[in-house]
Design a protein around this ligand. Structure first.
Ligand SMILES: Cc1ncc(COP(=O)(O)O)c(C=O)c1O
Length: 401
């Protein structure tokens, strides 16, 4: 007689053997921060809580008018149903006004604006809409890791393009043009650039659009950081003729302090947007109506909202400089966006080693290598922590030395 324990052991292993993830997931690991935050939660079970300077999730609340709109609309009886796949007209109008006001880009709210549930999902929708096996997509190294994983999940091959401090973290378009681009269908670009904080000027954007036109490449510009510590918000769509070859993603996550709300947007030519809707409308539905009404309020905020936010970030940035000086890291003070990108001292083999060392003092900073091999000698520190906590972090580092 086989005991019940043995039977259940055989059974559970049998079941285990039957279930295998799809091949497309074999090179896709759980997102770095998803794993890291679990590890930090584990550390937090004993000792002082770890100060997390890793993630770019704004800690300040949205504007009160945004919260008020959410609660006002949520209290109504008739707002709880499914919403249009294209977003409500009021939100599309507000996005078009926002683009006109801040980027001087004219968009038709009826068909050149598509609200999203965060720009991260838009990255996946775009890859699934345009890429398949045999295609190639250019992705920045260093760059936001989601570009590489979404390209890979679509079945296409990611072709990294190198960004270096010497080039101002801009791609060398001449060098790219000497490569075989025959299979390249799409290129991910992101300025202000995360993680390096580099900006692109209008001249570079013009050259980029011309490059895409010459080579028949769809440019996908990811633009969530243009209001953070940056005096000149820019859209790639401001380049004349850009809509012929470019799509742009934007988001309220950082500029509206609304990362958890999941409000993003895709802007571009009406034909491109209707292609993306063919994929997206099969994946999700329009977001909660009160949330869309609240997003309208966020998009209507004037320059003083961004100035007030940046006053806070400027003060925090000084503290982060102090912390990085203690770690003997070097950084460029002209960076924009929500992070400081800093090169590590020679005494550490890479950013992972420095991050591990700093974690001993119960502070987490992001190793630059998670953004690609060109980030190996860097770390990234977030500005999403208040000054008092940054002071604590400075004290911890000073005591650890
Ligand atoms: C470059 C970049 N793109 C997109 C996102 C995702 O933004 P969202 O919250 O709109 O999905 C992030 C978030 O950290 C980011 O850094």
């Amino acid at each position: 007689m086989i005991s019940q324990a043995v039977t259940s052991f055989i059974y559970s292993n049998f079941i285990h053997m039957q279930i295998q993830v799809a091949g497309r997931l074999t090179q896709t690991e759980e997102y770095y921060f998803s794993k890291k935050l679990r590890e930090i939660a584990e550390l937090n079970k004993s000792g002082d809580p770890v100060i997390n300077l890793g993630i770019g999730s704004p800690d300040m609340p949205p504007h009160p008018s945004v919260i008020a709109a959410l609660s006002e609309y949520a209290a109504k009886p008739n707002v709880h149903g499914y919403q249009s796949y294209q977003g409500i007209p009021a939100l599309r109008q507000a996005i078009a006004h926002f683009y006109e006001r801040y980027y001087e880009v004219a968009l038709n709210p009826d068909n050149e604006v598509l609200p999203l549930i965060g720009s991260k999902e838009g990255i996946m929708h775009i890859c699934m809409t345009y890429l398949q096996e045999g295609d190639e997509a250019l992705i920045p190294n260093p760059g936001y890791p989601t570009y590489a994983s979404a390209v890979h999940l679509s079945g296409a091959t990611g072709v990294p393009y190198t960004l270096t401090a010497e080039n101002g973290w801009l791609p060398d378009l001449d060098a790219l043009e000497n490569q075989d681009l025959s299979k390249v269908k799409l290129m991910w670009v992101n300025y202000p650039h995360m993680p390096t904080g580099a900006s692109a000027n209008p001249d570079f954007f013009e050259r980029l659009v011309a490059f895409a036109k010459r080579n028949g490449i769809l440019l996908c510009h990811d633009n969530p950081y243009s209001f953070i510590l940056n005096d000149t918000p820019r859209s790639l769509l401001a380049v004349p003729g850009a809509k012929e070859v470019a799509l742009e993603l934007n988001s309220l996550s950082k500029s509206g302090n609304m990362a958890g709300w999941r409000v993003g947007m895709l802007l571009g030519d009406k034909d491109r947007l209707s292609e993306v809707i063919r994929f997206k409308s099969n994946m999700d539905s329009g977001s909660f109506l009160p949330l869309q009404m609240a997003a309208v309020k966020a998009l209507e905020l004037g320059p003083d909202w961004y100035e007030d936010l940046n006053k806070v970030y400027r003060k925090r940035r000084e503290k982060v400089y102090e912390l990085l000086d203690l770690l003997q890291c070097a950084y460029d003070k002209s960076q924009v966006g929500l992070f400081i990108w800093a090169s590590i001292p020679d005494t550490f083999s890479d950013g992972y080693a420095l991050s591990d060392e700093v974690l001993k003092a119960r502070i987490f900073i992001t190793p630059g290598g998670i953004f690609g091999s060109e980030g190996n000698k860097y770390v990234r520190v977030s500005l999403c922590t208040n000054e008092a906590v940054l002071d604590q972090a400075i004290t911890r580092i000073s005591h650890a030395k």
